[in-house]
Design a protein around this ligand. Structure first.
Ligand code: ATP
Length: 438
């Protein structure tokens, strides 16, 4: 019977079959120890050299390169003296299912000093490390629990097209692709289609999908393709309903991730998962700048105060901790002219939306959307977009409930959760201005 590492404990003193990578081999005078691993853990295989029946196995192991894959059959013994989980597998047969080259391009177990580009060039090897396997298990769990929260709250998952005829927000930042005899673009967000779902009466929807942005920037938190968790729902009274839902959703997911992986995350990444308290603190953009100046002497020119600078985002983390003893902060009251035309503004032109800052980085933009036909047309017109987004404006002509939503980047979220330096390491395969392979 094929057993995975994490199930081994239930099969002590049984004949089992274990398949995995050869993690390491210690070939001593009297005994060979082979450590095998699969994505759920490791096990020691022990071969006594003095036993005649083991001769073939000993020969095979002495020329076996690490990182080969094998299928081992044998008896699993309870052996308290064995450091690795107090058990060992005594093989009767070892089949090499694939042989690794002796020289790896780099040692993925000691990455200090290894160039990140080399690691990304050989990402399939880089991902073999215990830390990377854990990282993607955690990311998967994070997505699972965000999804779970949304399902529990009657959201429907939808799948919107990524080929689009016009850019969603403005002419900038989209990739153009050849589409038979025409041009198409890769969606930079599912914004228009999320809102179409509201006009279709879906009430509550979400999507987890790739977004493409032609941003030629090499920062630690931007990628040209990333995975976005997009949420939209109807019958809201204000953008505060959107903030509240998002705060609850994140609290739910972080609670669950901590329960399942908190200890492992602490051991591997040294990071404590802090489950936030509700409600999350909220501050106006202008008040944030004022406090950053009085508390930390951080000053910026007035024209920069229409958005948070990267440094201001970093300081917001400090402020959130000192002022509210919180890791998150919602920032509201952005000037509307800096934001997309589909965001609702109040009669003073103040944006009915927010950014959410976590650990010094923006992880979300959210807002109540403009759902009134005349107003959304006027907004589009003022940005010179009316013709480009004609199909979208139609969505609001035949009844569309008040609605709002947000988008949260999964890769950025993982980076902040585990205190990883760069988004390049939290995307399974990073895509950036100068990286399209592997
Ligand atoms: P930023 O100001 O950081 O470039 P943005 O304002 O363009 O972000 P939005 O369009 O509001 O971002 O996207 C919502 C969320 O999607 C962001 O908060 C972030 O989590 C994620 N995101 C946006 N752009 C990128 C990107 N290039 N790479 C990775 N994640 C991104």
């Amino acid at each position: 019977m094929k057993i995975y590492a994490k199930e081994l404990k239930q099969h002590l003193n049984e004949e089992i079959e274990f398949s995995g990578f050869v993690d390491s081999i210690r070939d001593l005078q009297w005994v060979q120890f082979i450590i095998l691993r699969d994505s759920t853990g490791k096990v020691q295989v022990t071969i006594e050299k003095s036993e005649e029946k083991n001769k073939e196995l000993v020969d095979l192991v002495s020329s076996l390169p690490v990182e080969s894959t094998v299928k081992v059959t044998g008896k699993l013994l309870d052996s308290p003296k064995v450091k690795l989980n107090g058990m060992e597998l005594i093989p009767t047969n070892i089949e090499i299912t694939s042989k690794s080259n002796n020289e790896l391009p780099f040692n993925y177990k000691k990455i200090d000093g290894v160039n990140l580009d080399t690691r990304l060039d050989y990402r399939f090897i880089d991902l073999r490390s215990d830390a990377n396997i854990l990282l993607f298990q955690v990311q998967s769990l994070l997505v699972k629990y965000i999804r779970e929260y949304l399902y529990q709250n009657d959201f429907t998952e939808i799948h919107t097209p990524k080929f689009i005829a016009t850019a969603s927000e403005s002419g900038a930042e989209v990739f153009e692709v050849k589409y038979f005899d025409n041009k198409a673009y890769l969606a930079q967000s599912p914004q228009f289609y999320k809102q179409m779902a509201m006009a279709s009466g879906f009430s509550k929807i979400f999507e987890v999908a790739p977004c493409f942005r032609a941003e030629n920037s090499n920062t630690s938190r931007h990628a040209t393709e990333f995975t976005s968790f997009d949420v939209e729902f109807s019958y809201i009274d204000s953008y505060e309903d959107v903030m509240n839902l998002e705060a609850e959703m994140l609290t739910y997911a972080l609670t669950k991730v901590k329960e399942e992986y908190g200890t492992k995350i602490k051991e591997t990444f040294g990071e404590e998962i802090i489950v936030p308290t509700l409600p999350f603190p909220v501050m106006k953009l202008s008040d944030v700048y004022q406090e950053l100046e009085t508390r930390y002497n951080y000053k910026v020119a007035p024209e920069e105060k229409t958005d948070l600078t990267t440094e201001a985002e970093r300081l917001v983390y400090k402020l959130a901790k000192e002022k509210f003893n919180h890791e998150f902060m919602f920032v509201v009251d952005y000037p509307a002219d800096k934001r997309a035309f589909y965001h609702m503004r109040d009669e003073n032109g103040t944006l009915q939306g927010y950014d959410l800052i976590w650990r010094g980085v923006e992880i979300t933009s959210g807002a109540q959307r403009e759902h009134r036909y005349e107003q959304i047309c006027a907004n589009a017109e003022s940005k010179g977009l009316k013709e480009d987004v004609k199909f979208y404006l139609e969505f609001f002509k035949y009844g569309c409930p008040p609605h709002g939503g947000f988008a949260i980047g999964v890769d950025r979220l993982t980076m902040l959760l585990l205190n990883i330096n760069s988004i390049k390491e939290t995307e399974f395969l990073f895509r950036g201005p100068s990286r399209l392979t592997p």
